[in-house]
Design a protein around this ligand. Structure first.
Ligand code: CIR
Length: 252
């Protein structure tokens, strides 16, 4: 069960953030409205929100998931792989220190939280353009110190590991088609997301709810067969900046 989430309002500089999509630039007012709806959804899931102020110097800082890994026993502050995002971690560390013992990934390690997928007491660490082997090594050693295990997976077709695969509890992972034969994930029950709906691979289970992006009927039909309340959210403006649902909060 989760009881809290850290979120950060998008800054007015949001549209200047990193993006590899060809979906156009986001509309700031719509982005704010979608963020507000996201915050409301987290509350419906039973979470108390810790709302950090917008950081104008960091256009991508609304994607707080990338700045830390929060477990029941500790929080590890990441060291984002892109230069423009490295400074985002300081205000996150100031908040998390109130809730958990803190560890920090140090240079030359780099690591984005979007590359880290927790399955119960095991953590998969995606090796990507943002997360390097040294970052993964440091994170593994912190996790081991708190009795968790960790292993790596190569990220090939997406920005982050969790852009393509997410754990929704009860031994079930939701994953994009191109990951279906991933050896490291062979023992889990799988909900396969078809190529046209890849963006919906990034959905989040929070307590009795699953939050998924709006506009993906096949995925919705599959998730609706599970015993959870499904909440759909319009994510168009965040998708334009390569962000998904999980990226917008740190849940713990
Ligand atoms: C970036 O490229 O860093 C941001 N524009 C998007 C980050 C999305 N975060 C995530 O998938 N965890």
């Amino acid at each position: 069960m989760f009881s809290k989430a850290i979120v950060r309002k998008p800054s007015t500089t949001f549209s200047q953030g990193l993006s590899s999509s060809n979906l156009g630039r986001p509309d700031y007012q719509l982005c704010l409205a979608q963020h507000q709806a996201y915050c409301e959804a987290l509350k419906i899931c039973g979470l108390e929100l810790i709302e950090l102020v917008a950081e104008e110097n960091y256009p991508d800082s609304t994607f707080v998931e990338d700045t830390a890994i929060v477990t029941k026993k500790c929080a590890i502050i990441s060291r984002p792989g892109h230069e423009s995002r490295k400074g985002e971690v300081e205000s996150i560390a100031e908040e998390l220190i109130k809730h958990r013992p803190i560890e920090r990934v140090a240079a030359p390690g780099t690591l984005d939280g979007g590359d880290i997928m927790q399955l119960e007491n095991h953590f998969y660490i995606g090796l990507s353009d943002r997360t390097n082997k040294e970052g993964a090594r440091q994170l593994s050693s912190f996790l081991n110190k708190y009795t968790y295990t960790a292993s790596t997976i190569d990220v090939i077709d997406s920005l982050h590991l969790k852009s393509g695969v997410n754990y929704i509890g009860d031994g079930i992972i939701v994953l994009m088609e191109s990951l279906k034969n991933t050896n490291e994930l062979k023992d889990y029950k799988k909900i396969l997301i078809t190529a046209e709906e890849t963006y919906a691979s990034n959905c989040v289970r929070i307590n009795d709810c699953i939050i998924m992006p709006k506009g993906f009927p096949n995925t919705k039909a599959k998730l609706s067969a599970l015993p959870y309340k499904i909440i759909e959210l319009d994510m168009s403006e965040f998708e334009k900046m390569d962000g998904g649902l999980s990226c917008l909060s740190l849940r713990f």
